[in-house]
Design a protein around this ligand. Structure first.
Ligand code: BES
Ligand code: ZN
Length: 881
């Protein structure tokens, strides 16, 4: 299907369903190729719908094998059925039941939507519109039903049978070969939260008692033999359940909570009621096969999916335009959980890095869209950094603006008022308007307007009057379909930093909200602070209080002062990033300005030397963030046009190398000090020490490849954990040569039987910034562990390559050609994976003319391919528009 033939679905066209489905009784007999599904739907006319309307059920690649109304066969003229839908032309205007028989082939399902098999395990993925691949249904989130599910399967093939809710019956069938299980979920839910799992699985179990006294049996199910890697996920689950009780007053509401890990999964994980299904990459962990980063992601994602039980499941979305109602809010909740479990400033820095590299770049390109899109062709293309990460930032700003107490009261009111419903952003915001007494009309613009605002700030000190005046202005560049932008509500947390720390903030300005926050809701405003006894350095957007770009022209010396003296950790980190970023932008714009880069390296190294000696050992995780330069993609975006990826890469490398050269003795000493002989533990403090040691290793390797190689080899050999081994590999990949190839080979052999570890190995190679990488990647596609059918393998190798700034953007266009060909090939089997890969082209418009033309050609080639999926066609069309 071509995207231009696909109807645009618009928010303003929302109408309630004409029909409701109160109950769903599913009877599913699992078979590898011929799974039989019988759905008994309890229907009634929706009082809010149109009387006398036909009943139009959604389907996707379905075939109907039986249909009854109130148990009786229906005349063929009364309905029409296609693969895409089932219509009852004139259903009775009363309650009635429909019994629908379909048959599906899970083994042939390569899209991994609906019912499919992953390494012999039956599983489902129904969000956003996968249920219609199992049975004909009103597959929309505002149709909520109580489900009872009977599963039947061969015992040997699927000894474990799981679905949503609580187990109510189980037993053997006559003959003893097959068995069954019946699950009942008392909470009404939309079809996208339905799930089943059947297979041979091992598990770990734990009892849990909620704060309000409910006994819950928790279980994490994994492939046979892998239960030893499920303990961390279970530990995370227990901690996040307690946290949600303590911080949001939310208790779990069923007798069981099951988590299942599968190896073929399009996304990270899915919050199906009482039966979360995970990509095994986000469940399995032991020190030998998971890195510190993996442990942290597992913690975040286990929490995220669990938190959806209230923000997403108990209260779901009225329609898919409201996706951020559950996703942005739930990302905010998981970020807060991780901040409480680990280091709040370090978590904030990591989240802002992600926001800038993924969301800001989306906002700056042709795929920009509001947190709540107004129209879509393919909803699966809107699970984006904008909906997720910017959506979470909007919640964070809301909390800052209304205050902690009104925020918590607003959440309580939301849970009380909207529980059991399919809600909207308006209903959500109304709760906070009520508890805070604030008018949130303008704030709501964050949901409607795309683009990253820029705050231009400047300050003036008047020594005679002892005043400091801050001028703030905001602009947002046009985005597709939104040429004219309105001012948004920007909470600007700030401090004025004097010689001995923060100066008191004294002002009568109405824009000053107290507690160190100015609310910039006009195109521009000025705030005058009085009783300022010395010229201060402004520290703006503390804690990254709004998802905006800040333009504030501070001298390097002032930024370096903030780095050492700011009371806000985030801005201490940001200060050094700003120094580095300015130098990189200028070197990336006009290559050849090497001297300026060297001068900056000198300044940064000087500031870092003392920091590494004195402060870094006390907070290694923070120090690791400080040592890490802004990523090249951020520099490219700051440059904004005529981008030359090679120039940016060269500048980035030489700045890092120059810093490494100057800091080498400090880095070596620090590595010694942080080295421990204690056995690996995944906690945040030990992870922080490893992060800093490994950051130091990377800088040393760039400064002195030979010394780096020796260190890396030694670290690889001595390490008792994957984190240090992978860091050794990553450091080694920075420099071409035999030592690198030897370590790559050794790593590959060591982990030949561990696909999730090989993914990291594939990606490390795909990211090598050298012209040989494209051939290397093509060669690795022949590796026995690689498969185009497994999304993790594809994302690691092909996705890794598409994220390689210099090689994806090769001047000869071969990088674009390769990725475009892969998109077309993958689209035939898995459109979602293909369209996400095509998203790698999202920044093509800012490239210099030659690359831009080549990228456009390849995008056009994709767009013109016959028989494209809606997913890929939609991205290609918008990217080219
Ligand atoms: N509801 C989503 C899973 C999903 C995503 C279903 C896209 C259908 C389409 C789930 O809650 C989610 O957001 N998962 C994230 C991970 C999370 C920690 C941000 C994912 O899968 O990437
Ligand atoms: Zn989610």
């Amino acid at each position: 299907m071509r995207a231009d033939d696909t109807p645009l679905i618009r928010l303003e066209d929302y109408r309630p369903s004409d029909w409701l489905i109160d109950t769903v009784d599913l009877d599913i007999s699992l078979h590898p190729q011929k799974t039989r599904v019988r759905a008994l739907l309890g229907l009634r006319p929706n009082p809010a719908g149109r009387p006398g309307a036909p009943l139009i059920l959604d389907g996707d690649e379905l075939s109907l094998s039986g249909l009854r109304l109130d148990g009786l066969l229906i005349d063929e003229s009364a309905y029409s059925a296609t693969a895409q839908g089932l219509t009852l032309h004139a259903p009775p205007h009363r309650r009635f039941t429909l019994t629908i028989d379909t048959q599906v082939d899970p083994s042939a399902n390569t899209k991994l939507m609906g019912l499919y098999r992953s390494s012999r395990v039956y599983c489902t993925q129904c969000e956003a519109d996968g249920f219609r691949r199992i049975s004909y249904f009103l597959d929309r989130p505002d149709v909520m039903s109580v489900y009872t599910v009977r599963l039947e399967a061969a015992k040997i093939e699927a000894p474990v049978l799981l679905s949503n809710g609580n187990l109510v019956a189980a037993g053997e069938m006559a003959g003893g070969e097959r068995h069954f299980a019946v699950w009942h979920d008392p909470h009404p839910k939309p079809a996208y939260l339905f799930a089943l799992v059947g297979g041979a699985l091992d598990h770990v179990r734990q009892d849990y008692v909620t704060a309000d006294g409910r006994k819950v049996e928790l279980a994490v199910h994994v492939e046979p033999g892998k239960a030893g890697r499920a303990g961390w996920a279970m530990d995370c689950l227990v901690r996040c359940m307690r946290w949600d009780e303590r911080v949001f007053g939310r208790n779990y509401d069923l007798d069981v909570f099951n988590v299942v890990a599968v190896s073929d999964f399009n996304m990270g994980a899915m919050e199906n009621k009482g039966l979360n299904i995970f990509n095994d990459k986000y469940v399995l962990a032991d020190p030998q096969t998971a890195t510190d980063g993996d442990y942290a992601s597992i913690e975040a994602i286990i929490a995220h999916e669990y938190f959806h039980n209230w923000t997403g499941n108990r209260i779901t979305c009225r329609d898919w335009f409201q996706l951020c109602l559950k996703e942005g809010l739930t990302v905010f909740r998981d970020q807060e959980f991780s901040a409480d479990e680990r280091s709040r400033p370090v978590k904030r820095i990591a989240d802002v890095r992600t926001l800038r590299s993924t969301q800001f770049s989306e906002d700056a390109g042709p795929l920009a869209h509001p947190v709540r899109p107004r129209a879509y062709k393919e909803i699966n293309n809107f699970y984006t950094p904008t909906v997720y990460e910017k959506g979470a930032e909007v919640i964070r700003m809301l909390k800052l603006l209304v205050g902690d107490d009104a925020f918590r009261a607003g959440m309580d009111l939301y849970f009380e008022r909207c529980d059991g419903t399919a809600a909207t952003i308006e209903e959500f915001l109304a709760c906070f308007a009520e508890t805070s007494g604030k008018d949130l009309t303008q704030f709501a613009r964050w949901y409607e307007q795309a683009g990253t605002p820029t705050i231009v700030a400047s300050g003036r000190y008047d020594a005679a009057a002892r005043t400091y005046t801050l001028d703030l202005a905001q602009t947002t560049a046009p985005t597709p379909g939104q040429p004219d932008k309105q001012p948004v509500v920007l909470p600007v947390a700030l401090g004025l930093v004097g010689k001995a720390g923060d100066l008191p903030l004294v002002t009568g300005s109405a824009a000053y909200a107290g507690d160190g926050v100015i609310v910039l809701d006009q195109p521009s405003l000025s705030v005058a602070f009085s009783d300022v006894d010395e010229p201060p350095i402004p520290s703006l957007l503390r804690g990254f209080s709004a998802p905006a770009r800040l333009e504030l022209d501070l001298a390097d010396a002032d930024l370096l002062r903030l780095f050492s003296a700011d009371s806000d950790s985030f801005n201490r980190w940001q200060a050094l990033q700003s120094v580095a970023s300015r130098a990189l932008v200028s070197a990336g714009r006009s290559p050849g300005g090497h001297n300026a880069l060297i001068a900056t390296a000198g300044e940064l190294a000087e500031a870092l030397a003392g920091f590494l000696r004195v402060q870094a050992p006390a907070d290694p995780a923070f120090a690791a963030q400080v040592l890490r330069l802004p990523v090249p993609a951020d520099i490219a975006r700051e440059i904004g046009r005529d981008v030359d990826p090679d120039a940016i890469h060269a500048a980035h490398r030489s700045l890092a190398a120059e810093i490494g050269l100057r800091l080498r003795p400090h880095l070596m000493e620090l590595r010694e000090r942080l080295g421990t002989s204690a056995a690996y533990r995944p906690d945040a403090a030990s992870a922080g020490r490893r992060a800093l040691r490994n950051e130091a290793l990377g800088l040393i390797a760039l400064a002195d490849p030979e010394a780096g190689a020796h260190l890396a080899e030694a670290q690889f050999a001595a390490a008792d954990n994957l984190t240090d081994r992978l860091a050794a590999l990553a450091a080694m990949t920075l420099v071409a040569g035999d030592a690198r190839e030897a370590l790559i080979a050794r790593f590959g052999k060591t982990y030949a039987a561990e696909p999730l570890v090989l993914d990291k190995w594939l990606m490390a190679q795909a990211l090598i910034a050298e012209p040989g990488t494209l051939d290397r990647v093509k060669g690795l596609m022949q590796h026995p562990a690689f498969s185009l059918g497994n999304p993790n393998r594809v994302r690691a190798l092909i996705g890794g390559f598409a994220a390689n700034l210099t090689q994806f953007n090769r001047p000869d266009g071969e990088g674009y050609a390769f990725v475009a060909d892969m998109v077309v090939a993958l689209d035939r089997t898995n459109p979602q994976v293909a369209s996400r890969l095509l998203g790698s082209f999202k920044s093509w418009r800012m490239l210099e003319p030659a690359r831009k033309a080549l990228a456009e050609q390849k995008l056009a080639m994709v767009a013109q391919t016959p028989g494209l999926s809606r997913d890929v066609a939609d991205i290609a069309e918008r990217a080219l528009a």
